[in-house]
Ligand binder design. Sequence first.
Ligand code: ADP
Ligand code: MG
Length: 390
Amino acid sequence: MSVLAEFEALYGVEPEGIWAAPGRVNLIGEYTDFNDGFVMPLALPHTAVAAVARRTDGVLRVHSADVEGGVVQLDVDALEPLASTDWAAYPAGVVWALREAGHPVTGADIHLASTVPTGAGLSSSAALEVVTALALNDLFGLGLSRPGLAVLAQRAENAFVGVPCGVMDQMASACAAEGHALFLDTRDLSYRQVPFDLAARGLRLLVVDTRVKHALGDGAYAERRAGCEAGARALGVRALREVPHAHLPDALGRLSDESIRRYVRHVVSDNHRVERTIALLDAGDPRSVGPVLTEGHASLRDDLRVSCRELDLAVEAANAAGALGARMTGGGFGGSAIVLVEERAADAVATAVGKAFAEAGFTTPRIFPAVPSEGARRLRNGHEMHGKSP
Ligand code: ADP
Ligand code: MG
C-alpha cells in the first residue's frame, strides 16, 4: 500500500502532506564530529517518508510500515526523555524537542515508511527524525532553518532516545544536495556543497553493508568520545579540531596515554583528510580521493580501533580487485564500508567483495551504489493528495 493510502486506512483522514528525508553515507571525516571537526557526508537515494496531519488535542499517534505492531499513541504533554528506546521514541523525541524549544506542536498523526536499511550505519534514525521535524516545521509554520531542524533532531536522539550521536547524520539528511557531498564544520554548522557528481566523471561509490553489527560498538563509542575529550583537556584545547595537522607530532609528544595518543592522531589526521578531499574535489580530481579513503580506513582500524574483520575484508577485497580506495563509514564494528571505483570496474569489484565474504564464511553483504542525492524535502501538499500517490 502507498504511504498515502496507508495513512488514510490508519487514521481515517487525509494527510496534510508527505515528506521525505534521506539516509547518508559519510565520505570522509569519521569520529570527528564530537571533536568540533569536519565531516563530509552525502545523502543516499534511500529515504524515510512521512505522511502527516496536525492534531490540536495534544495527541501524538505514530505508525511505521516497517515494524510489527500498530499505532503508538502518546500524549504530547507527558513525553518523557529516556523512558523508551522503542522506535516510536525517535519521532516522539522530535515532538518533545520542538516543544522543549517552545514551539507550539499540539499533536499529530504520523505514518512512516522507510527504504533506509536500519542499523547498517546509514542513519535510518536521522532520516526518521529529520522527516518528522521537517513535516512538523512546515505544518505548524515554525520557520526553523535546515540546520535548526538538524540540531533539534540530534537533541531528540541524544536527550530523548539516549543515543550520544553527533550532528552529522541529521545535517546530512536535512541539508544535502543532489550531486554533491556536504562539507560540514561541526563547530558552527557552517557548510558548503562540494561537487561530487560521480556518474558524470565515470565513477561509482559503492556501499557494502556487511549486515553485521557487533555489540562491542555501544560502549566503544562512549569510550572513544571520552578519550578524545581527555586528549583535548591534556592539550589545553576546547576540542581536538583546534590541533592543526602541522602540530600533530608536537601534540603527540605531549600525551603519555597510548590510547589517547592514537585517538588524537586519528581525529587530527582525519580532519586533515577532509580538507585534502575537498581540495581534490575542488581541483576536479575525484579519483585521487580513493587513496585518502583507504588511508582513513587504516587510521580507523589501527588507531581508533573501531573496525572489524568484515569491514577490513570489504576494504581489502575491493582494493585488491582494483578499486580506487575504500574505507569503513559510520561508527564501525559492522555496518557499512564505501568503495570508490571506476564505473566500468564496479561490477567486478562488487563480485570480488561478495566472493571474499563467502570464502571467509561471512554473511552475504548488500552492495549498492551511493548516488549523491537530495536532502529532506516536501513531496506533496495536502491539496494535491487526490489521485496518484507516491
Ligand atoms: P542507523 O541510524 O545507523 O540505521 P540506529 O541504531 O541509529 O541505526 O537507528 C536504528 C533505529 O531507528 C531502529 O532500531 C528503529 O528504532 C529506528 N528506525 C529506523 N527506521 C525505522 C523505520 N522505518 N520504522 C521504525 N523505526 C525505524
Ligand atoms: Mg542512527
